[in-house]
Design a protein. Structure first.
Length: 149
């Protein structure tokens, strides 16, 4: 019985999490692009997840397996410097410190910005929705079969 219920619940929960992340991501993209202004910035630094203890073992593990998040600095049209992380983080395996990048920032709140890449963020975030729907659907299918038997 436990073997039947666990996958069902897991797929439903994972599906809900993916769908929730999609809705958060699409809201962020729409809020920035609605009043968005494009600017050129630089990768100021790459920072790692700060939730790991700073013991030598953890530092070695973190340096090997954790992706770094880009901190970007750019100048707005109002000549105000903004330094921060984009609303939607992208793998930094393609970026280096000092590299020039394009950003789209919210004209009403320049601290809200997205990294402009060749990949469309809306397409990427839609893949999250598709995975969420598939997981949720499979979880409901498992629940239906469980209740039917």
């Amino acid at each position: 019985m436990y073997n039947d219920i666990f996958p069902m619940i897991a797929f439903i929960v994972i599906g809900i999490i993916f769908i929730f992340n999609y809705s958060k991501g699409i809201k962020k993209i729409k809020s920035v692009t609605k009043n968005g202004i494009e600017a050129e910035g630089i990768i100021f630094e790459l920072v790692q997840d700060e939730t790991i203890d700073d013991t030598p073992k953890d530092l070695a593990y973190r340096d090997t397996y954790y992706l770094k998040s880009p901190v970007i600095r750019f100048l707005t049209q109002e000549k105000h410097w903004v330094t921060g992380m984009p609303l939607i983080k992208i793998s930094t395996t393609f970026f280096k410190t000092g590299q020039k990048v394009n950003v789209i920032y919210n004209s009403e709140n320049p601290d809200e910005f997205l990294l402009k890449t060749k990949l469309d963020l809306s397409t990427i975030i839609t893949l999250v929705l598709i995975v969420g729907i598939v997981c949720l659907g499979y979880g409901v299918f498992l629940a239906y079969n469980y209740l039917k038997s």
